[in-house]
Design a protein around this ligand. Structure first.
Ligand code: GEK
Length: 322
């Protein structure tokens, strides 16, 4: 089944990638899924294959992405299969009436982002750090001609395939690669989203330049990341952990992030949203049973993280490549 996915993906990407780049990407995908698979992959594949066979009617524009109709399938069997893919972080989803209440309300992020995008119909879209692919499906529902999600986490690829199984005709594809592994300067996407990735990068300007290299001239960048309050001279680098996460590096102010984008050559830079992440938006659920935001904040002062830094605050910036 993974072999078949890889072949379909390879064919589909031919419309948008030069042959050499596509071969590089497919070789990385093949290595991670076939040659040197994750230790849990066979368990996840068994869960995936325990789902009903596709296709099914889907509403990928719904806040809880709807796959199939309630009553069409044995709820217990569908639930058991989906539980085999826990933890579910990005969603929510509704599979045949089984509500997958994910750690994140990714639909809330989409509501903050979507109104500010150039219309997605007919565009080639890259979603960097796409998680389960939740936003890829929302983008596809807007009529994008091709959506490519990239994320190195193999479980998230399998969660994506849990939807793809029922929505095979939708032109959305997931590659298990990091942005820094994408062939440079392809300039083959009209919209590039990087949401929740910049602060994980040691070298944020290189990340912004890589995103720029993926955009066609005139294309639109959507950058969502953790920020701090402050002026054009403010950036926070945590000494060690931030909100319990180990791999957090630069948290700029919006004013500083604007300068980073401009220095990287973007124009029309604007911040379309800035908000503090609430414990309603990110929390543990039956589908993600590890610790979550409420555990990462100071129990006596939720305006601070456990380490004493400002609590997570996120901004969405939109910019254009000239
Ligand atoms: N270098 C990298 N290249 C590509 N992906 C990466 C990299 N480093 C980490 N990731 C992936 O980026 C995702 C970041 S989550 C955002 C999900 C979604 N975008 C969201 O906005 O809800 C963060 C958050 O919780 O906000 C994870 O799935 C990583 O595996």
């Amino acid at each position: 089944m993974l072999e078949q996915y890889i072949l379909q993906c390879e064919t589909a990407l031919a419309t948008n990638f030069a042959d050499a780049s596509r071969q590089t990407l497919m070789a990385l995908t093949r290595e991670r899924l076939i040659d040197r698979p994750h230790g849990d992959l066979s368990r996840w594949m068994a869960a995936l294959e325990a789902l009903p066979a596709g296709p099914a009617s889907c509403d990928l524009g719904a806040d809880a992405l709807r796959i199939g109709e309630p009553g069409q399938q044995d709820l217990q069997a569908v639930r058991a299969a989906l539980e085999g893919l826990i933890p579910w972080r990005k969603g929510p989803f509704d599979f045949f009436g089984v509500q997958v209440d994910t750690e994140w309300r990714s639909d809330w992020k989409w509501q903050r982002v979507a109104p500010h995008l150039s219309p997605l119909a007919g565009r080639r879209v890259l979603d960097v750090g796409c998680g389960s692919g939740y936003h890829c499906w929302r983008i596809a529902a807007e009529g994008a001609s091709q959506v490519v999600g990239i994320d190195p986490t193999i479980l998230f690829l399998i969660q994506f395939l849990a939807v793809k199984r029922f929505a095979q005709q939708v032109p959305a594809w997931f590659l298990p690669v990091r942005m820094e592994e994408m062939p440079a300067e392809q300039q083959n996407f009209d919209t590039v989203l990087s949401m929740g990735v910049l602060y994980h990068r040691r070298s944020p300007l290189d990340h912004i330049l890589e995103l720029k290299g993926a955009l066609a001239s005139g294309g639109e960048l959507v950058l969502e990341t953790l920020v701090v309050e402050g002026d054009a001279q403010t950036v926070l680098m945590p000494e060690d952990r931030y909100a319990v996460m180990r791999n957090v590096f630069f948290l700029p102010s919006v004013a500083m992030l604007t300068i980073w984008l401009q220095r990287c050559g973007f124009v029309d830079v604007r911040c379309v949203d800035e908000s503090t992440t609430t414990m309603e938006e990110q929390r543990a659920t039956d589908w993600m049973r590890f610790q979550s935001l409420p555990d990462f904040l100071d129990p006596d002062n939720p305006a601070l993280t456990r380490e004493g830094y400002p609590a997570p605050r996120r901004a969405v910036l939109v910019a254009r490549k000239p």
